[in-house]
Design a protein. Structure first.
Length: 54
C-alpha cells in the first residue's frame, strides 16, 4: 500500500484534472450553444485521462 500522503496527492491530482476538464467542457458547450438549453451539447470524447496522470 502507498502511504496516505501519496494517496491524497493522487486524489487531488485526479480532482484537479476533472475540474480543468469540466471548465474546458463548459467553454465548448457555450460555444456550441448560443440559444436555449436544447442547444447544449456535451461531447464525452474530450474527457480523457492523460497517461502521465495515473
Amino acid at each position: 500500500m502507498a502511504p496516505k500522503q501519496q494517496i491524497s496527492k493522487l486524489i487531488v491530482l485526479i480532482l484537479a484534472c476533472f475540474f480543468i476538464e469540466s471548465i474546458n467542457a463548459e467553454i465548448r458547450v457555450i460555444n456550441v450553444g448560443g440559444g436555449g438549453q436544447q442547444n447544449l451539447k456535451f461531447d464525452p470524447q474530450f474527457i480523457t485521462a492523460h497517461q502521465g496522470d495515473i
